[in-house]
Design a protein around this ligand. Structure first.
Ligand code: IMP
Length: 428
């Protein structure tokens, strides 16, 4: 069973970094299929913490290939900086890091446009990471983007950048009064990253095709989460790519017929960073406690995450959209000590109960969650590795969640460290 996709089931920050890092031990290739340096994957081992934004979380395992797929948008400055930091910690990247030559590049004017729209336009504020993700994907779809392969040909790159520069300069000045740096300055900066990046770029579709043909174990890593998917999430409060499992096929050039398994990562409660609907959000002491105990601050922007109870409507939606075979439940230990734990099982709006996720933003924002109560547990679950050692009420909570979402939990995470994990089944 060589090709598995790991996908976030909520609004991102489910703890995918730790799970991918754990699973990476038994795989040959970890491949990222969408998003950019808006993502933040936190990995803890040997009492150290690392945050990755762009490079797949498998990089900490020697000999594993790490692929940045065509579906990712690459900020060259952020990439080179992350490469430098990894190399400083003794990680060897050469021959292991492979960047798709078809991936689109994030340019400085994308960041300017992202921040401009967030602060001064007539549109609702999304609460983006401000890293130019949306404008870069917009250029990709508008066929104006600059791609990694363009770095190979200086004349073509210059011509394409100039066309973009002239357009963006006019638009940004007239919309937000922003002046871009001189064209030459922008080109020179891009060229300064070129040499570093060139030796890592390749046709990753061919690499994936060959690895699949050789029966290698491949983990496709999604960033963000299902509810931030541009098609299926809480639009317009979403990111600009397909974070759901289907994105792995388009974002890596893998045929759907070659994907063997989909693994969903889901937190034992819910968080969201940025604006937008969040039906089971808590604005009381329980929400504050989840945030404090769970250290719920964004790994990329440091923003405080909004917290709420587990939402089974979101979870079921994610299971169906992604075709999830098994789930990983994370941060169970954060619920230790709660007297009562609630789970949202439906949304009530104007007297009607919605068992499934509605598309309408007005319903998503104004519905009332329908809750089922669970008795909590007073014992600590931190670091438990054996399912039978969990308190009875924790086991009851987990097994009820599993019934509600009609999917088994393959792994349960009881702390940030690699070792703080209950492994019930193996993926490969
Ligand atoms: P963008 O991806 O920067 O355009 O931001 C769009 C929305 O996605 C905002 O609500 C961000 O906070 C959210 N977002 C983007 N990346 C992540 C992530 O890795 N985790 C959680 N939320 C994210």
């Amino acid at each position: 069973m060589p090709v598995a996709v790991v996908v976030g089931m909520q609004w991102g920050d489910e703890g995918k970094g730790k799970i991918i890092d754990l699973l990476a031990e038994n795989v040959d290739v970890v491949a990222r299929y969408q998003g950019g340096h808006n993502a933040g994957h936190t990995i803890c081992f040997n009492e150290k913490q690392f945050v990755l934004h762009l490079i797949p979380s498998g990089i900490f395992h020697k000999d594993k290939l790490c692929v940045i797929g065509n579906g990712v948008v690459v900020d060259p400055q952020a990439l080179v900086e992350e490469m430098r930091q990894l190399e400083e910690t003794g990680i060897d990247l050469e021959g292991r890091l492979l960047i798709s030559d078809r991936a689109n590049i994030i340019m400085p004017y994308h960041g300017t446009s992202d921040k401009g729209r967030e602060s001064g336009s007539g549109f609702e504020k999304i609460g983006t990471t401000g890293r130019g993700i949306g404008p870069s994907y917009a250029d990709k779809i508008a066929r104006a983007g600059i791609r990694v392969c363009d770095l190979r040909d200086e004349a073509y790159l210059t011509e394409r950048l100039r066309a973009n520069y002239e357009e963006k300069q006019k638009v940004l000045k007239s919309l937000y009064g922003t002046e871009l740096p001189e064209f030459k300055e922008m080109l020179d900066e891009l060229m300064s990253y070129r040499e570093t990046i060139l030796k890592y770029i390749t046709d990753t579709h061919i690499l994936m095709r060959d690895q699949i043909a050789q029966g290698k174990n491949i983990l496709c890593e999604g960033a963000q989460g299902t509810m931030l998917d541009v098609d299926h999430g809480t639009y317009p409060f979403v990111t600009s790519s397909n974070s759901t499992a289907g994105g792995a096929c388009t974002g890596l050039g893998i045929p759907p017929t070659k994907v063997n398994k989909v693994l969903g990562v889901i937190k034992a409660y819910t968080t969201r960073v940025g604006e937008g609907p969040f039906p089971s959000e808590l604005s009381d002491a329980d929400g504050e406690r989840l945030g404090k105990v769970g250290h719920e601050f964004g790994a990329t922007t440091g923003r405080q995450r909004r917290c709420g109870w587990f939402d089974a409507v979101v979870a079921r939606y994610g299971v169906h959209l992604n075709g999830v075979d098994a789930l990983v439940l994370t941060k169970v230990d954060v619920l230790d000590g709660f007297k009562t734990i609630k789970v949202c099982t439906g949304y009530k709006y104007k007297g009607k109960v919605f068992p499934d996720m509605p598309a309408d933003p007005v319903i998503q924002a104004n519905c009332e969650p329908v809750y089922v109560d669970f008795e909590g547990w007073s014992e600590s679950t931190v670091g438990i590795q054996d399912y039978d050692k969990l308190p009875k009420n924790a086991k009851d909570y987990i097994s009820r969640l599993s019934e509600l979402v009609e999917t088994p939990f393959m792994m349960i995470s009881t702390g940030p460290d690699r070792e703080q994990t209950i492994q019930r089944e193996s993926l490969f």
